[in-house]
Design a binder for this molecule. Structure first.
Ligand SMILES: Nc1nc2c(c(=O)[nH]1)N[C@H]1C(S)=C(S)[C@@H](COP(=O)(O)O)O[C@H]1N2
Ligand SMILES: [Mo]
Length: 233
């Protein structure tokens, strides 16, 4: 289940009713490849796939998402690019990230389509710590993220980055982030729906204007708080 393959597909909507139920939005489609859809059908019980599944601890109930035709592989010389409105742009190997002060988090995971995983353990570097090192220029409004899948993007406002305590994660579920989960490095945004936690992270920039991310373009709120506001802890 950890490193599934994904078939080539044209994409079709899933969980639309559930998404609409959760978000109360007018026009939202969740589009994934057919292969992913088949994987979801096999992986989830009917109860879970209706979005009311109970929380299951550990890694047993994940659904692996990609908006491309598979799970991209990081180049062997992978480095996370940190740039934009900063004094010291950086290009960090995973080992260099691991040597920075680490933040450990254990939180319930929640996808907007309804599935959940309880008590997921994450390790990474706080986004705001990383950019404190890089030194931000005045006028920064937030952060923009790019995936090396070549398609997915995300954004966080400066306030959201602080309030959520978002981390650039290299470890998840007690081991290095797997390729299917977006390794070697992905974002994790506590308190926000899963779509904010971009996989296969390639680049993050401090920016003065925040365009829509991938799913926001299709109608998801830019404000991705699960409870409509930052969690109190
Ligand atoms: N690059 C990329 N990041 C992504 C996605 C994606 O399709 N591509 N899906 C998002 C959504 S909607 C969710 S719920 C989580 C799923 O994470 P997982 O595949 O590790 O379960 O990743 C988020 N980040
Ligand atoms: Mo999601």
């Amino acid at each position: 289940m950890d490193e599934p393959t994904v078939g080539k597909g044209t994409g079709k909507p899933i969980g639309r009713r559930v998404v609409l139920g959760i978000l109360g939005l007018g026009a939202v489609g969740v589009v994934v490849g057919d292969g992913v859809q088949r994987g979801i059908d096999h992986a989830l019980s009917p109860l879970q796939s209706t979005g009311v599944g109970k929380l299951v601890p550990g890694g047993g109930s994940w659904t692996f998402y990609t908006v491309t035709n598979g799970f991209p592989a990081a180049p062997p010389d992978y480095r996370l690019q940190v740039g934009g409105l900063v004094r010291r742009p950086m290009a960090l190997t995973v080992d260099e990230l691991r040597r920075l002060p680490a933040t450990h988090l254990t939180r319930n995971w929640q996808c907007v389509t309804g599935w959940q995983v309880a008590d997921v353990h994450w390790v990474g570097v706080r986004l705001t710590d990383l950019f404190a090192r890089a030194g931000m220029h005045p006028g920064v409004k937030g952060f923009r993220f790019w995936s090396f899948d070549g398609v997915y993007t995300e954004t966080l406002t400066l306030e959201q980055a602080h309030q959520s305590g978002a981390i650039i994660a290299y470890s998840m579920l007690g081991k290095p982030v797997t390729r299917a989960h977006g390794g070697p490095v992905r974002l994790y945004v506590p308190g926000m729906f899963g779509y904010k936690s971009i996989k296969w992270l390639q680049r993050v920039e401090a920016v003065s204007a925040l365009p829509e991310g991938y799913w926001e373009h299709y109608g998801y709120p830019i404000d991705g708080w699960i409870d409509g506001r930052p969690p109190s802890v």
